[in-house]
Write a protein that binds this ligand. Structure first.
Ligand SMILES: [Zn+2]
Length: 342
């Protein structure tokens, strides 16, 4: 099969387009023919060797995919050749205390597709039979892969963990990111009023087309002051945060008393100093999250098939052009998902 193979950590050019042996599914495993793979920021961290996840080489990146079952291993009865599927990126063990109580996303001995085992930047990927989600009939592969991780992540953060309610004011940071653009749509679907942040008027205009009510340009405006101004002086009830650093501090400032933060990332600053006095006096709560379950993924894929959620695809690339996709992601000059088509 053709694959993008990483032999060592490095820049985009460390990824090589090669022909390698197609994996064989063992007992209990399924081989998927990948028709669409997403480019995620974590891929760049793993490529650079800064993800904190141990890497064995050669390695194949890629945490998400949409495709078709090509072959099943011995003992697999749930799936058959030709089934349209997506692999779940959290490779849960299925037997630990958390898995058996429905919390597979915080499995006690999980792996991550494209990190702890070969991922989806390839024509084929092999996963365990219980790591698959069925795709709705009306959803094409590019739409499915573009929707999967961002919508499932934003759904877990806002709906499951953040308990977002209709009528609440919600702040969604990084409108142009995958999770940001997904969060805007999920919050609107839930009946919330959406404030969002981005770095340019152009990106904020696109965010408004996705349903955002208020745009805040974080380069020229203070998030907290602007959020209070747009909420009658109170601040927002809940914030979806994925930037970290100064943005997290400004987000805490933007919260109303009793406000809550759901946080799924910190690429803009992993170590943050903030004022604990303000934190407890305002009765703020902060929840770490960012890993969905297969049930949440299945739910958002259905909503996408029904066109209630619309993934934003910035650009499609041939698999061999993965280095170009990484360069574009690192430039930050994009809005929405990048899709590789092996
Ligand atoms: Zn487990």
């Amino acid at each position: 099969m053709k694959a993008i193979v990483l032999h060592k950590n490095g820049g985009p050019q460390a990824m090589k387009y090669e022909t390698i042996r197609t994996p064989e599914p063992g007992p209990g495993e399924v081989l998927i023919r990948v028709y669409a793979a997403g480019v995620n920021h974590v891929d760049i961290d793993i490529r650079n060797g800064i993800s904190g996840m141990a890497g064995n080489f050669p390695h194949i990146l890629g945490v998400d995919a949409a495709g078709e079952v090509a072959k099943v291993g011995d003992g697999v009865r749930q799936w058959k050749k030709g089934d349209r599927v997506a692999p779940h990126f959290i490779l849960s063990c299925g037997v630990c205390q958390n898995c058996i109580s429905g919390k597979e996303n915080i499995c006690l001995s999980f792996g991550i597709l494209g990190a702890t085992q070969w991922g989806t930047y390839a024509e084929y990927v092999k996963v365990g039979a219980h790591h698959l989600v069925a795709l709705p009939d009306k959803l094409d592969y590019d739409q499915a892969v573009s929707a999967y991780v961002p919508f499932a992540t934003a759904w877990e953060a806002l709906i499951e963990v953040g308990k977002l309610q209709a009528g609440e004011n919600v702040l969604i940071n990084a409108a142009s990111s995958g999770v940001g653009s997904a969060g805007i749509q999920i919050a609107k679907l839930a009946g919330a009023r959406v404030l969002t942040t981005s770095s340019s008027a152009q990106k904020l205009a696109r965010a408004k087309k996705l349903g955002a009510d208020v745009g805040i340009n974080y380069r020229t405006q203070k998030i907290g002051a602007q959020a209070r101004k747009m909420t009658g002086g109170l601040g927002v009830d809940i914030a979806l945060e994925m930037v970290g650093g100064e943005t997290l501090k400004q987000t805490i400032d933007a919260l109303a008393p009793g406000g809550r933060i759901v946080t799924v990332g910190a690429h803009g600053g992993e170590q943050v100093d903030f004022d604990m006095i303000e934190f407890f006096r305002k009765h703020i709560s902060m929840h770490g999250c960012g890993r969905s379950t297969r049930a949440m993924a299945s739910h958002v894929l259905q909503l996408t098939a029904e066109k209630k959620l619309k993934p934003v695809i910035h650009k499609r690339f041939a698999l061999k052009d993965a280095p170009e996709a990484h360069k574009l992601m690192e430039s930050r000059k994009f809005f929405g998902r990048m899709v590789l088509n092996p």
